[in-house]
Design a protein around this ligand. Structure first.
Ligand code: CDP
Length: 131
């Protein structure tokens, strides 16, 4: 029973202000808690990436953003999930950790040392090029 499942996209946002990148510290699940990521989440069926990323960052950070260019390559998360990052510009609000443990702004040097989730580490060279 059941249709062959399509891969589901997870979108993540790179907010960069004054040569610093906004990172969010995961509160859950236990195996990822404490590690840092680009904030985002799953695209709903029928939803555009850009719409999903605007929705997720409003829910998670209480900011309104405009979505720009993709950053780096898609990352296969396994389990039918593909992770994709986009540059985003904040148009209103100040980021607040509504669903994360904490937020932090990092420069290029700090990005190399912070405990990023494994998937996001693949974007470090692309992100450094933007900082
Ligand atoms: O909240 P929602 O279920 O929409 O998304 P999530 O749980 O934040 O992310 C879905 C999956 O993408 C999880 O496996 C996360 O670990 C992964 N993810 C990631 O690897 N890197 C990110 N920057 C965001 C999500």
């Amino acid at each position: 029973m059941g249709a062959v499942s399509e891969s589901r996209t997870v979108v993540a946002g790179a907010v960069i202000v004054n040569a610093r990148l906004l990172l969010a510290q995961r509160a859950h699940p236990a195996e990822l808690a404490g590690r840092w990521e680009l904030p985002g989440g799953k695209v709903e069926p029928g939803e555009q990436d850009t719409t999903a990323l605007v929705r997720e960052l409003r829910e998670e950070l209480a900011i309104d953003v405009v979505v720009g260019d993709p950053v780096g390559a898609d990352v296969d998360l396994g389990g039918g999930l593909v992770l994709r990052a986009y540059r985003v510009n904040v148009v209103s609000g100040t980021p607040a950790p509504l669903e994360h443990s904490a937020l932090r702004w990092v420069d290029a040097a700090e990005l190399h040392t912070i405990d990023l989730v494994a998937a996001d580490r693949q974007w470090i060279p692309d992100l450094v090029a933007l900082l």
